[in-house]
Write a protein that binds this ligand. Structure first.
Ligand code: ADP
Ligand code: ADP
Length: 225
């Protein structure tokens, strides 16, 4: 069952030297419940694609269609960015609560859900710290918690672990697989790391160098091994 259908997606940036083509006719489907991985080199348009899918604006031609009933990208999509993008002056709890504040969830419910999700990601007791008082792995967990607390139907991940050392990165990859098994969200993760793609992806979409388009789709039944 297809959750997201992208057809002929083209996007360009206007610059001083003329326009720069970032996406050159992207075709891809994301199936409900899978982890789809978009593997491509730096500059191939992966971040541009995720921003468009998250409805964060930007001009494009072609189509982005969410194929399941009552799907509202502003409510049902969560985006985890490359740098964890946590607000340094806010506590872990307040950072995680942000997505719920935007969604106008009542305060009492926010407290309960934030505590529950922090326990879920192994950060119980650290809610009052600021991001700079955490390790890289812990910050990555906060970024995941902030996305998961909104119960997204589609989780978009933009190289979420690329800033971590190799060991922590592996731990976080395993952790993401565990969360995925538990929560059952659909995920689209972009990376330039082949090992990460093979560990995480049910299907891997191989992207061309800039401007990006899907050159090959690879089924990966051995995911997680
Ligand atoms: P990736 O995420 O795969 O590294 P991006 O989507 O960030 O690729 O970038 C794709 C192309 O678009 C690159 O050539 C990049 O330089 C260009 N680009 C990205 N963002 C902007 C921007 N805000 N203005 C102009 N060009 C941009
Ligand atoms: P990292 O050491 O980079 O945080 P992990 O995210 O895999 O790597 O951490 C493993 C576990 O250890 C997590 O549950 C994390 O919350 C906990 N942990 C790591 N460092 C600390 C610390 N300084 N204080 C409390 N718990 C910690």
């Amino acid at each position: 069952e297809v959750l997201l259908e992208v057809r002929g997606l083209r996007a360009a940036y206007r610059g001083p030297g003329g326009s720069v083509l970032a996406l050159d006719g992207v075709d891809l489907d994301v199936r409900r419940g899978e982890i789809a991985v978009l593997l491509g080199p730096s500059g191939s348009g992966k971040s541009t694609l995720l921003h468009l899918l998250a409805g964060l604006g930007g001009e494009y031609t072609g189509s982005i269609v969410y194929r399941i009933p009552d799907f509202d990208p502003r409510r049902d999509v969560a985006l985890v960015l490359q740098s964890d993008a946590l607000l340094p002056w806010k506590t872990v709890e307040d950072n995680v609560a942000l997505g719920l504040l935007f969604r106008r969830v009542p305060r009492e419910e926010i407290r309960t859900r934030v505590h529950a999700v922090l326990a879920e990601v192994g950060l119980q007791g650290l809610g009052r710290r600021r991001p700079y008082e955490l390790s890289g792995g812990q910050r990555a967990r906060v970024a995941l918690a902030r996305a998961l607390v909104t119960l997204p139907r589609l989780l978009l991940l933009d190289e979420p672990f690329s800033a971590l050392d190799a060991l922590t990165r592996e731990a976080m990859q395993d952790f993401l697989l565990r969360l995925h098994a538990e929560y059952g969200f659909t995920a689209l993760l972009v990376t330039h790391d082949i090992e990460e793609a093979v560990r995480l992806g049910d299907r891997i979409f191989l992207f061309t160098p800039q401007p990006g388009k899907v050159a090959h789709v690879w089924e990966n039944p051995g995911r997680g091994k």
